[in-house]
Design a protein. Sequence first.
Length: 133
Amino acid sequence: MKFMLMMHAPRSGWKDAGIGTWPLEDIKAHIGFMLNFNKELTASGEFVDAQGLNLPEAARVVRAGKTGAPEVTDGPFPESKEFLAGFWIIDCESEARAYEIAARASAAPGKGGVPMSIPIEVREVMSAPPIEG
């Protein structure tokens, strides 16, 4: 079963208290945790992909205009309380295992090495809509 684990970061205080304000040692510890975590998932055969995303200021929302041409606007909306900071795609045997993996990601070290307990949204990757039988 494939799952997408989405790391949501709080928008409030991100610029004032986010990773860019941490001491270099804390940033290295956080990134080191993520790299080792991905290596462990690769070794267990559960890793598919993982990426960190640029800050929300760089995000754009695109819709098809009447002619099909892209209409690009700023996004996400400034009133959002959280933003998508990064994600993993994993392939594991059960939803329970996906939750275990998400909890490990949530506990990544933050400033001062304190576990962040950052919210991780877990959603199964579907190849098609469910078929009613």
